[in-house]
Design a protein around this ligand. Structure first.
Ligand SMILES: Cc1cc2nc3c(=O)[nH]c(=O)nc-3n(C[C@H](O)[C@H](O)[C@H](O)COP(=O)(O)OP(=O)(O)OC[C@H]3O[C@@H](n4cnc5c(N)ncnc54)[C@H](O)[C@@H]3O)c2cc1C
Length: 233
């Protein structure tokens, strides 16, 4: 069953013009819209279905560093900081809780992967640590299992996908962002080599910039064409 996203009443009228059009009303598009609105930039978000109706409502909500490539950790730490402030920023609960994330290993070879990862991020001073079977049982109520061990990062967190995108959308709208649902973008309009607008299934809108946050479906700006990106194949 699809997750139920906290409802948001969005616009039904496509504006004539804006500074930035954002294609896609998932967590990336909505957060970008909020960030631009905070800088007094006019934004219209165009979403072909429902906001957060794709990946952004189906994910686990993890805000984690565990098992990420060492090169990605600075970005993950920056994301941590943003998520920790998000409820205050948008004036609503996005479900952010810093309770830690644990991966368990059933076999010595799985544990060897965790050990290898821990070594690869040693220089970053994370709070990640390996766990014994007993430590897992002590940390997780009912966590008794045939574990070889686990890895745990207490500073990892989780936000709530069914709340976060809606709360961010509402905050963005309160700052003047227009969000249109059921409004697929078909193509870009160009003038003198620069973007000058987009064509949607509900008409055209003039703009100076386009931010593509359409995840899969980006290939042809089409709600109907089959996407060939990796997650869709
Ligand atoms: C099962 C699963 C678990 C995951 N777990 C985690 C996790 O724990 N932690 C984590 O950080 N990430 C996780 N992810 C990844 C995370 O969900 C995605 O990285 C994130 O949601 C991507 O956000 P997005 O806004 O880019 O894309 P989306 O949420 O897919 O939003 C893109 C939007 O663009 C719209 N769109 C596309 N084409 C057009 C068009 N032409 N016109 C108008 N609109 C268009 C789509 O309808 C869609 O709503 C998980 C993903 C999955 C599938």
């Amino acid at each position: 069953m699809a997750p139920t996203i906290a409802p948001v009443k969005t616009s039904t009228v496509l504006p004539y013009a804006t500074s930035v059009v954002i294609i896609g009303g998932g967590i990336i598009g909505l957060t970008a819209a909020l960030t631009l609105a905070e800088r007094n930039i006019s934004v219209v978000v165009l979403e072909k279905g429902q906001i957060a109706g794709e990946q952004s409502s189906r994910n686990l909500g993890w805000v984690r560093k565990t098992s990420r490539h060492a090169a990605d950790i600075p970005l993950a730490l920056a994301a941590d900081r943003l998520w920790a402030q998000m409820s205050e920023r948008v004036g609503a609960d996005v479900g952010y809780r810093q309770k830690g994330i644990m991966f368990v290993g059933r076999t010595p070879s799985q544990m060897a992967l965790h050990e290898g990862w821990l070594k690869s991020v040693e220089h970053l001073s994370l709070d990640s640590r390996l766990l014994s079977k007993r430590e897992i049982e002590a940390l997780v109520p009912g966590g008794v299992g045939d574990w070889a061990g686990g890895i745990f990062t207490p500073s990892d967190a989780r936000a709530e996908p069914t709340l976060a995108s809606s709360a961010i959308a509402k905050a963005a709208m309160s700052m003047g962002v227009v969000i249109m649902e059921q409004c697929a973008v078909r193509t870009l309009q160009m003038s003198a080599g620069a973007v000058s607008g987009v064509v949607t299934e509900k008409g055209e809108i003039r703009c100076d910039h386009v931010l593509l946050a359409g995840e899969c479906g980006h290939g042809a700006f089409s709600a109907t064409s089959a996407c060939r990106c990796r997650p869709c194949l």
